[in-house]
Structure formats: structure tokens, C-alpha cells
Write a protein that binds this ligand. Structure first.
Ligand SMILES: *Cc1c(COP(=O)(O)O)cnc(C)c1O
Length: 353
């Protein structure tokens, strides 16, 4: 992509078009089409995308918003930062996304919204979530930071609920050359509000209708993203092939649990997360053999110091126990077939296979 990316970067510089500009518009248009959403608003990063999306809903102050306990802190941070209260909810044992039965048990009179995280690239069970949202009049915010191109029953995630937030942090499935994010929605009023919040509460130059903030997607990042978006499907397919190799070559190892892909899901494998009781030893063994691995996440959100203020951690929650077993194997379009076969063979040798 280098030539194409260099060309658009030069174009932005030659035009000195740094804030707003044609690539922002172009990217918003292409990304909304790709994600089957009527509107897309570029913002500065994924955390801002979540915060602005929540703010745009105009919920009463201090509303309770349900957030899964296994996620990156941005999912819950955005709730608190926008003046609401985080209520943690458990995740499913098999696919790690938010548990709809636990959502039900966490709903009170003050619950006004749910942040559903399409974690690791696997979509949440949206039919059940939409059903709950109708029954209890809740707004649904989709945290899509790990799920560019993921599908629920053949439909792209993002604008299935009320509003969706994306991150283009360089390590995400679609990554910029720095921080960047976007919001998608089919609701025109929310789209207008988000655009205004992200740009000092204005539409026209000095016509500020309320106090907003500065969280714009800059034209250089948008230019890079416009090029990279064209290759996303191809890169996603190579992620899926790496995942399929793991499924084919690790399924017989009883000591590890592979991630479940539901039949209705297009999983885009931002991460390929396995479970092992012997996680730390397996991790060291892989590192010793030159294989980088990660843990997502080593400490569940409720157990972070940042959430001490919520009081006692619910130890009966699966999410609060499984964090000691999770291990993310290398995945991405940069992983060659030799790489993946080497990784699988090292894991097999750890288990004496
Ligand atoms: C990366 C990430 C975010 C935050 O995105 P930034 O662009 O880094 O602010 C939010 N939620 C999840 C689940 C993420 O993985």
C-alpha cells in the first residue's frame, strides 16, 4: 500500500488541508457504506467515539449503563466520563461477549443503556440484545473497536443498535498512523449531535449551539484510512485463514479451549484468544521460542484499582475468574502460513504432542 499511502499523504500536505477536508468526507462516506450505516462521523480516537456516542443519547445524568466485565477500560471509562454509572455484567463462557441473561439480572429502574462490546472481533448476540432493549427501553451502544467488518447474521455490526463506536488505533483491524476513531448510526439526529459535540457544538464556523469539545478525525489519518479500507476485506480473510489453521491444528489438545465462533457470526479475529489452566507457563514457553503473545485482559475491569470505588468484586462472575487463563495467539494478515504452522507446532510440543 506504500505508494498509494505516500501519494495521499503528499496530497494532504500539498493542499495544506489538515483539519476536515476531502479525505475525512471520503472516508466517512466509504466507511458508512462498508458498515451498512446511514451516517459515519470521524473523531479523534475510539474512546472519544464511545464517549461522544453516549453523550449524544442525552440520557438523564447518573443513568446506569451496563458494560461487560471483560473488555478494555475505554468501554467503561466512556460511561463514567459522560456522567453515568458503570454496572458490570458477565460475559459468555464460550465466545466472551456480553451475557444476555446477566444483562437481564443487572437491569434496574435507573438502567438506561447497554454498551455491547464485539470483543476480539466476535459479534454479540444482537437479536437478544435488541429484544431486551425494547422490553426495558434501553439504548444500545456498540463498541466496535475490535470488530471492523464483523457480521451478525449476515449484517455488519455497528448500526444494529442505536449507535456504534470504532477505533482506528494502529493495532486494530483497520488502523491509522496514529489515533483515530469513528461513530456510525442510522439515526440522523444522533449523527448531527455527534458531529456537533466533536466540533465545539457547532455546524457553521462560529455558530456554537452548545458546548462541545474538540475531537475531529484529521485529514492525514483519514487519507491513510481511505487507502487501507480498500484492503480490509482481503486482510480480514487472511486473519480468518490463520484462525482456521489454529482450529484445525489445535482442536485435539484437551488442555486448551479454543474460542467459539457462533454459526451466525462473522468473526473477524482481532484476537485469537485461547484458554489454558497453565497459561503462564505456556506463555513463557512461546516467548522462549520467539513467539509473541498477549493477554486480553490480564485483569478484568471490576478488579482494576480504577473500580475500587464500586466496592466488592463479584467473584462469582466468570469474567472475574477467566482472566488468569486467557492467552492471545499471534494473528493478523502479516502472519504467514509458515509462521502459523510453527506456532501450532510449538504449542503442540508444549503439550507433548
Ligand atoms: C481499542 C479499544 C477502545 C479504544 O479505542 P482508542 O482508539 O484506543 O481510544 C475501546 N474499546 C475497545 C474494546 C478497544 O479494544
Amino acid at each position: 500500500m506504500k505508494e498509494e499511502i505516500d501519494a495521499v499523504i503528499s496530497d494532504v500536505i500539498n493542499r495544506t488541508e489538515f483539519i476536515n477536508g476531502r479525505y475525512v468526507n471520503l472516508f466517512e462516506e466509504h466507511f458508512s457504506v462498508y458498515h451498512e450505516a446511514k451516517h459515519c462521523i470521524g473523531v479523534a480516537n475510539g474512546t472519544d467515539a464511545l464517549e461522544i456516542a453516549i453523550e449524544s443519547l442525552n440520557l438523564p445524568p447518573k443513568s446506569e449503563i451496563i458494560v461487560p466485565a471483560n473488555s478494555f477500560i475505554a468501554s467503561s471509562e466512556a460511561v463514567t466520563r459522560s456522567g453515568h454509572s458503570v454496572v458490570f455484567c458477565d460475559v459468555n463462557k464460550d465466545n466472551y461477549t456480553i451475557s444476555t441473561s446477566d444483562i437481564r439480572s443487572k437491569i434496574t429502574q435507573n438502567t438506561k443503556a447497554i454498551v455491547v462490546v464485539h470483543l476480539y472481533g466476535h459479534p454479540c448476540d444482537m437479536d437478544e440484545i435488541i429484544k431486551l432493549s425494547k422490553e426495558f427501553e434501553l439504548k444500545v451502544i456498540e463498541d466496535c473497536a475490535q470488530a471492523h467488518g464483523a457480521e451478525y447474521k449476515g449484517k455488519k455490526i455497528g448500526a444494529v443498535g442505536n449507535i456504534g463506536a470504532f477505533s482506528f488505533y494502529p493495532g486494530k483491524n483497520l488502523g491509522a498512523f496514529g489515533d483515530a476513531g469513528a461513530i456510525v448510526t442510522n439515526d440522523e439526529n444522533l449523527a448531527i449531535r455527534c458531529k456537533m459535540i466533536a466540533n465545539h457544538g457547532r455546524i457553521a464556523k462560529y455558530d456554537h449551539q452548545f458546548e462541545g469539545r474538540n475531537s475531529r478525525l484529521d485529514n492525514l489519518q483519514a487519507a491513510v484510512l481511505t487507502v487501507k479500507l480498500k484492503y480490509l476485506e482481503q486482510q480480514t480473510e487472511s486473519r480468518i485463514s490463520v484462525a482456521n489453521y489454529y482450529y484445525d491444528h489445535l482442536a485435539d489438545i484437551e488442555s486448551i479451549i479454543l474460542p467459539k465462533k457462533e454459526i451466525w457470526a462473522r468473526h473477524v479475529y482481532h484476537l485469537f484468544v485461547i484458554q489454558s489452566e497453565d497459561r503462564d507457563n505456556l506463555k513463557d514457553y512461546l516467548l522462549k521460542n520467539g513467539i509473541q503473545v498477549g493477554v486480553h485482559y490480564p485483569i478484568s475491569l471490576p478488579k482494576l484499582e480504577a473500580y475500587n470505588y464500586l466496592g466488592k468484586v463479584d467473584n462469582s462472575m466468570y469474567a472475574n475468574n477467566v482472566d488468569s487463563s486467557l492467552l492471545s495467539l499471534p494473528i493478523g494478515s502479516h502472519i504467514s502460513s509458515e509462521d502459523v504452522s510453527y506456532i501450532a507446532s510449538i504449542i503442540r510440543s508444549f503439550y507433548g504432542k
